[in-house]
Design a protein around this ligand. Structure first.
Ligand code: FAD
Length: 492
């Protein structure tokens, strides 16, 4: 029988909520973790089907070295169970990149290691002349060594504007535009240069693109197990319907199975659903709810799982992009208007090439995606998935010929497994709030809400970088804020 009274309640068990909950439990704080799904993990879930195991959505870790999960697992004393498939400085080829310039009829390809990348193969693939190569090397080197205060100064500059200011050669610009889509799910003309540079620095110095034995979802399974070992209470299939606010303070939550009391609630259900639906607008100043409503959601990815009856692909990750296939704001709006582009970017992970135990012998599952709207009701998702099929057929014909079954998903499924849609066009975002000018770095929403006792853990508040890393980092920071606040107010 579950207790009804806790010191703290955490809503949601993705990387943000689970990291927060386990550190609260470790600090001796009586914590309840409530998850609406039947399993922990949120968008980081690893699924199973017909002998295959695969991350439900295509995931790659950035950074590999010193990721939030590494810090957390060390703190929990379970570091040996966090098993990266490759060391961060492994020289094994991990990512196959294919590129088509506007004027070329065919894609050209090259394969890379996870870190310490040599730019020369990129330059050869791009057919870049020596002048552009020198300019590209300088631009990338300047980014790699840019000190943190200078990076922070770029919070309010879009990556597009930063590239313009630095006369970035078009081939490199096109790559960075694709990269903004693939690593941040954002357009280059809105994404904050500080966010993208932080991620580029991590990839160049700490490595990027890795996975874990057993998939990303195994990490949240271990965190949830440790949470329970430390005395935390976990309830799955426990959707929070309301956060109780009485006399201007948080007092607990209401689920369909009952009410739970606590003076602290950390929500990873998304900042917009937390404020506008779970707590309710009436508890906030009008100016704060206006601010929350105007925050812009990040974009989504379609998620197509291709199950193959042969192991035809050699690498764990493949990406294909061209000058016409990455999206800026104009291209995004055209697709939302029903003008489906001739080509789309294709991002694919092959779990069995990270960890051979993740597919039946001789078979493979490709988890693929392309950029799309976060609107769970977006009409163009089917057409974008058809386009992905066309690209697969053209670029990876052996894989296409070996398909035994296909699952398709998109922003509607992302939303149902993570955050509710509480505003038009919002809900299916890959990461969370868009990491764009005006809402990241020093402009990122605070993890502390105006209501005493209510915090936001997860990708929307308090951190930076790529999805899973920033969500776990945010959860760890929120746990620390709560622990410090309890100490200040004389709690345990
Ligand atoms: C297609 C796709 C590709 C991605 N690729 C990458 C990648 O390559 N690298 C990377 O690092 N990240 C990637 N991400 C992003 C990453 O998965 C997210 O940023 C991260 O999972 C966010 O963590 P979170 O804890 O903030 O939220 P979530 O993972 O969304 O977890 C929120 C949890 O809260 C629960 N919840 C919500 N409302 C309630 C409620 N009312 N009551 C109870 N529980 C509730 C949800 O069920 C969920 O479990 C990708 C995501 C997608 C969808």
């Amino acid at each position: 029988m579950t207790d009804k009274t806790f010191d703290a309640i955490v809503i949601g068990s993705g990387p943000g909520g689970s990291a927060c909950a386990v550190l609260l439990a470790k600090a001796g704080i009586k914590t309840l973790l409530l998850e609406k799904n039947g399993r922990v993990g949120g968008k980081m879930l690893t699924g199973k089907k017909n002998g295959f195991e695969y991350d439900i959505w295509p995931h790659g870790q950035v950074p590999i070295n010193d990721a939030a999960f590494e810090i957390l697992f060390k703190e929990l004393g379970v570091e040996s169970e966090r098993e990266p498939c490759l060391e961060h400085n492994s020289m094994k080829k991990v990512c196959g990149i294919s590129y088509r310039a506007k004027e070329w009829s065919k894609y050209r390809s090259v394969a890379f290691v996870q870190g310490l990348q040599d730019a020369l193969p990129f330059f050869q693939m791009w057919e870049m002349d020596e002048g552009d190569q020198a300019a590209s090397v300088k631009f990338m080197a300047d980014m790699a060594v840019m000190p943190p205060d200078q990076v922070d100064d770029l919070d309010a500059v879009s990556m597009h504007d930063y590239c313009q200011q630095n006369d970035v050669p078009f081939r490199l610009y096109s790559y960075l535009a694709f990269h903004a889509n693939a690593s941040l799910a954002e357009p280059i003309d809105l994404v904050s240069a500080s966010e993208q540079i932080k991620i580029m620095q991590q990839i160049m110095i700490q490595g990027g693109g890795g996975n874990y034995k057993g998939g990303f979802g195994r990490l949240t399974d271990i965190i949830a197990r440790e949470f329970q070992k430390l005395g935390g209470e976990l309830l799955t299939k426990a959707k929070v319907e309301r956060i109780k606010v009485e006399d201007g303070k948080v007092t607990g939550v209401v689920t369909k199975d009952g009410t739970f009391d606590a003076p602290i609630v950390a929500s990873s259900a998304g900042i917009q659903p937390t404020v506008l639906k779970l707590a309710g607008e009436e508890h906030f100043e009008a100016s704060y709810t206006k601010y929350i409503k105007e925050l812009v959601p990040g974009w989504a990815f379609t998620g197509v799982r291709y199950f193959l009856d042969k192991d035809v692909l050699d690498l764990p990750m493949y990406v294909a992009y061209g000058d016409d296939s990455w999206w800026n704001v104009e291209r995004f709006e055209a697709a939302a208007d029903g003008k489906i582009p001739e080509e789309v970017i294709l991002f694919m992970t092959v779990a069995a090439n990270y960890d051979p135990d993740m597919a039946p012998p001789g078979k493979q599952c490709i988890v693929a995606g392309t950029i799309c709207s976060p609107d769970p009701e977006a009409k163009e998702i089917g057409a974008l998935c058809d386009k992905m099929d066309e690209m697969m057929q053209r670029l990876y014909p052996d894989a296409w010929a070996a398909i035994e079954s296909v699952d398709r998903a998109g922003p509607a499924e992302i939303s149902s497994s993570s955050r509710d849609s509480v505003l038009p066009g919002q809900g299916g975002e890959c990461v969370g709030l868009a990491q764009i000018v005006g809402q990241c770095g020093k402009d990122k929403p605070s993890s502390q809400s105006p209501i005493p006792g209510l915090y936001y853990a997860g990708a929307d508040a308090g951190s930076a970088g790529m999805g899973t890393h920033q969500a776990a980092d945010s959860g760890m920071k929120v746990a620390d804020m709560i622990i410090q606040e309890r100490k200040r107010s004389g709690g345990a």
